[in-house]
Design a protein around this ligand. Sequence first.
Ligand code: NAD
Ligand code: G6P
Ligand code: MN
Length: 440
Amino acid sequence: MRKFNVTLVGGGSTWTPGLLQTLCKLKERFPVNKLVLFDINEERQSVIGEFAKVLFKEEYPELDFKYTTKVEEAYNDVDFVFMQMRTGGYAMREKDEKIPLSMGLIGQETCGAGGFAYGLRSIRDMIKTINDIRTYSKDAWILNYTNPAAIVAEALRREFPEDKRILNICDQPVNLLRSYGRILGRESKSFEPVYFGLNHFGWFTHLYDEEGKDLVPELKKLIHEKGFLPVDAEQRDKSWLDTYGMVQDICEDFSEYLPNTYLQYYLYPQYKGAKLNPNYTRANEVMDGREKRVFEECRKVAEEGTVKNCKMVHNDAHSEFMIQVAESIAYNQGKIFIVIVENNGTISNIQDDAMVEVAAILTANGPRPLSVGKIGVFHKGLIESQLAYEKLTVDAYYEGSYEKALQALTLNRTIVDAKKARKVLDKLIEANKEYWPNFK
Ligand code: NAD
Ligand code: G6P
Ligand code: MN
């Protein structure tokens, strides 16, 4: 069985220990020869890197492992690069959330004005990193989680039009599939989804089981009766439980399909905006929760020199999804995953050059999307205005255009009012001076 060399960019991410544990768990299925963790933050990288040394000594002794902050050590002779970086860190995520909320607008990592701000920060670093990767490894598969994935995917489509080995992915559809499994009381592994939309902006139309039965009608009934919980509800913070709970509200109003959770921000911007606490946002919850836990636990494992007492148990969709996507490409398995691809007729009445999120067969030649066909007026209208927002955001980046930025924010359903769009844009420009292009 062929073994692969993998580099993880954002090696100091809070999600990295889980990914490393899952690499151990899945080592028979996706065996790794060499693994490099790369981060620009030496402190974060070394805490997680030292944890990894202990973990691998006990669970993956044959693995050639190192961590680094040097580009030339990270990208030489790599088969797969997994990316999960956060330009500006949680400090900037906090601003993305709090600045819009201070004006009564949705403040969220990837949606609305916050996602816009984060997008304009991510693009530059993502382009630089992919150029670095391609200097050393021309053919490596680049699997990207870095958010906001919709904006990043559109920018990479423009920047690297000939590069067919960049694939943007999101774990939220898998989180939803697993949660459907919980509500149905069955394993979600065998579900075959039909899904369409943009990243964090899509719907499941069908969900077939092994016998070809569509489970969506039963799911709708169960969601109506019981509400909706994430598969890992017991481990979730309150804000995520509220978010999953909103699926029931969306289904009551729009009963056709099962929505992605992120649609709550676009369908109920005022209601949801009023429920978010402008003084304590998701960034605070993560800094006080996951980030603290992960770094404390990693330090403890490194000190003790063993993972035997390690309390981090990762069974999240995030890490398994990334590795299974790599596995399907690596061994030409042709499994079906929901991924982000250029539309080119997959949704037949949406423009070709949209980066859409749909189910695709994944082989060594990349994703082959499964046709969705024509979508209805409501969903088409929603998607097209969100798509225009995404494209104008990327235009604003490339052209350094204030007006394009203002157009983008005005089109975003979480904002709508152009005077509010201008006000939030001006505040975000001030907060992002170090990261954004100069708008004229
Ligand atoms: P985090 O801040 O804990 O980790 C990000 C790491 O990236 C940090 O250690 C940081 O130093 C590093 N970094 C920043 N800029 C870098 C650069 N230019 N090169 C290399 N490393 C760099 O954040 P997190 O919450 O663990 O999330 C990491 C990323 O994964 C975020 O972009 C997040 O939105 C994304 N994510 C995406 C999905 C998805 O569905 N697509 C799911 C989960 C997380
Ligand atoms: C889901 C989404 C990701 C997002 C993450 C945020 O997994 O698909 O795109 O980054 O949630 O999680 P957090 O716990 O950091 O709020
Ligand atoms: Mn996502």
